[in-house]
Design a protein around this ligand. Sequence first.
Ligand code: FUB
Length: 327
Amino acid sequence: TKSYTPNPALEAHAVKAASNPILSDGADYTTDPAPLVAGGKFYVLTGRDKAEPGVNDFIMPEWQMLEASGDPMRGDWTHYPHFLKPDDVFKWATPGRAYAAQIVQGPNGKFYLYAPVMQAGSTNKDGFAIGVAVSDSPTGPWVDAHPEGPVVSQSYPVANNIQNIDPTVLIDDDKRVYLYWGTFGRLKGVELEADMVTFKGAPVDVTSLTGFFEAPWIFKRKDTYYMAYAGNRAGPESDCTEAVYYACIAYGTAKSPLGPWTYRGVMLDPVSSTTSHPGIVEYKGKWYIAYHTADANNGGHFRRSVAVDEVLWDDSVSPPRPKKVVP
Ligand code: FUB
């Protein structure tokens, strides 16, 4: 396995995580985890919640990175607190808002960062657009893969609301690439060209995933495609009702990467933050889910922190079912 040297320009700190959340002292709040396995290592890209106590808004100016030295459940991590800011890499973006992003390793071995940022010139306060940056290493440095502008523009498909956020990307076994994104109940998916940026055909709308709210995460296990997401009204077996308001992590499955998707159930009950946000990967033969909670010191709905737990599978049913994660 190729190994990747950490980006020497990044500030790095050693952290011991005896239990969840990984960073628990409240000095840095980590959000919206996107795990990545590369070079035999387990990384988690996260946002940063910077809201002061009592501020009920997402104040998220930059991304952070966590890198496990061993067992991703517990143990030693390296924390890169100032991993990247939107305007470090996207000249068409305005500073200040670094929402839920994901890094994937493309078929060419390079790393691609899909990042919702504010598009300069937007007249909408939530004029998010999704940019793509590329690097030879999971820790950067990054350059804009499409300096002409975002892959999903703030004006797509209509001049905008907040819906162009929460990208998730799957590289299939045949090397084809799929991008999904969305929030507030709208989930869109599209195949991308090998350049990792250009749409191949028109996006599909996914309407069959019960209670879909936001935070889609696509992955494949054996021959089944899974879409985990933050949902409400997500099924009778769940306590994540609209009345409770807190989201659970639900999931659906499909036999092909653009669906059709079938709702299957809930895999993580609501946590202590109103938002929930999954990232699921296989690492050294085990499956892990990263999510965030309000459980760190002085944490809250806008001061969230990333946790990691193992996902166990029931392979006696078809398609195989992830057992409910017990945080
Ligand atoms: O962190 C801001 C938003 O909260 C994300 O985009 C959503 O997925 C939710 O976690």
